[in-house]
Design a protein around this ligand. Structure first.
Ligand code: GLA
Length: 389
């Protein structure tokens, strides 16, 4: 790490022609273990921050400008803190600008600065690289300006930037885990009460393995929005039937079964996924605390089937990765993770089996899809923060 930061510091000096001493911050990507499409339904999720991140190297400027450079995109974007408006030509820079905007709008005065970014979270793969750069920018801006934003507030600000500045109607899960993650734990989050518990998630003999379909996540935004609308319809209908329903979180599976015949087919399928998925997360927390990983893995598989058949957000490539994974020795469970329509799956695999797991699935996946998958062995890491050498 030290060597990497030294190199980044040297590149900072070169790119910005600035000899100031530099501070470093990092924000991880995330993988969701269970609880998919439940966050915007006021429900439960269980993500963890992963050992892939974005790092910023930064120093203050004497003016009111923000100059940012991404080594991944080999691209510089410049803007002034006096004019924080979305500009299509700024591309990735809008995530950074959006954070400056939501923080400034809160009345927090930011200083001008140069920031160099470099990351190894695969882009557009459903591992939340965009939430990571938002949260990282927020942390870099506030700490460098001598301000301290509590991590749950930072998560909400990053969600606001994504919703209002970028225009993507996401829930709170990604920004929350990236802001608050703790090493060796998974986050059990109640997305309505905003109550978080960090549940130990570290094993001697098991790996979390992420499989990347390498399929571009086509349609994800429009399908995501239509799922949200279908859930809102479900809320309306259940509120008419049983009352007191503001989120699908308020409906139990028993109530669902009692009244499902009154719902249109699509609404019924979407509601069934969300309602049972919430119950699966609650059970998963208990299973994890009891060390019952077989049972935990079974819940992951059920979650995948529900996302595939009821919520209809999986795709052929994700299904191949999951179906092949659960056939293999030493696998507790596997499911798609994130919004869906491409991106990644996540599996729990015994360490002794992991080489064979990756080799065999790579072969089958290539022959079935003509794509080359990638695998990442992941550990649960800390959320955003300064890296102090
Ligand atoms: C995306 C969104 C999250 C969440 C997931 C689905 O990652 O950003 O808020 O809704 O999809 O669980």
């Amino acid at each position: 790490m030290e060597q990497k930061l030294k190199e980044l510091g040297m590149k900072y000096k070169e790119i910005f022609s600035d000899k100031s001493s530099v501070r470093y911050f990092q924000a991880p990507g995330r993988v969701n273990l269970i609880g998919e499409h439940t966050d915007y339904n006021g429900g439960f999720v269980m993500p963890m921050a992963i050992n892939r991140n974005i790092i910023s190297a930064t120093a203050l400027r004497s003016d009111n400008e923000i100059h940012i450079h991404s080594l991944n995109f080999n691209n510089t974007v410049k803007f002034t803190l006096d004019k924080l408006e979305y500009d299509k030509k700024d591309g990735w820079g809008n995530y950074v600008k959006g954070m400056a905007k939501v923080i400034s709008d809160k009345g927090i005065k930011l200083s001008g600065m140069n920031i160099l970014f470099e990351g190894n979270i695969p882009l557009g793969s459903g591992l939340s690289s965009s939430a990571a750069i938002e949260v990282l920018s927020g942390e870099t801006f506030s700490k460098m300006s001598g301000k301290d934003i509590p991590s749950d507030e930072l998560a909400l600000l990053a969600q606001k930037a994504e919703n209002e500045f970028i225009g993507v109607n996401c829930g709170i899960m990604d920004q929350y885990i990236i802001s608050t993650g703790k090493k060796n734990t998974a986050l059990f989050l109640d997305c309505r009460a905003f109550k978080a518990e960090h549940v130990p998630f570290v094993f001697d003999d098991i790996y979390v393995v992420i499989g990347n379909t390498k399929k571009e996540r086509a349609l994800v935004d429009s399908e995501y929005n239509s799922r949200r609308k279908e859930c809102e319809q479900g809320v309306k209908e259940f509120n008419n039937i049983i009352g007191g329903v503001t989120h699908l979180r308020d409906v139990s599976s028993k109530q669902f079964e009692e009244h499902k015949d009154k719902l249109a087919e699509i609404t019924g399928k979407r509601c069934q996924h969300v309602i049972y998925e919430n119950e699966r997360v609650l059970e998963a927390v208990t299973r994890l605390k009891n060390g019952e990983l077989e049972a935990f893995g079974k819940l992951m598989i059920e979650s995948h089937e529900s996302l595939r058949d009821l919520y209809e957000v999986s795709c052929a490539e994700l299904d191949v990765l999951v179906e092949e994974a659960i056939k293999m020795d030493g696998v507790f469970g596997s499911r798609m993770t994130g919004a869906g329509f491409g991106g990644c799956n996540v599996s729990l695999v015994k360490k002794d089996n992991v080489d064979n797991f990756i080799a065999q699935i790579t072969e089958v996946y290539k022959s079935k899809t003509s794509r080359e998958p990638e695998f990442y062995i992941c550990t649960a890491e800390n959320g955003v923060g300064e890296i102090v050498l």
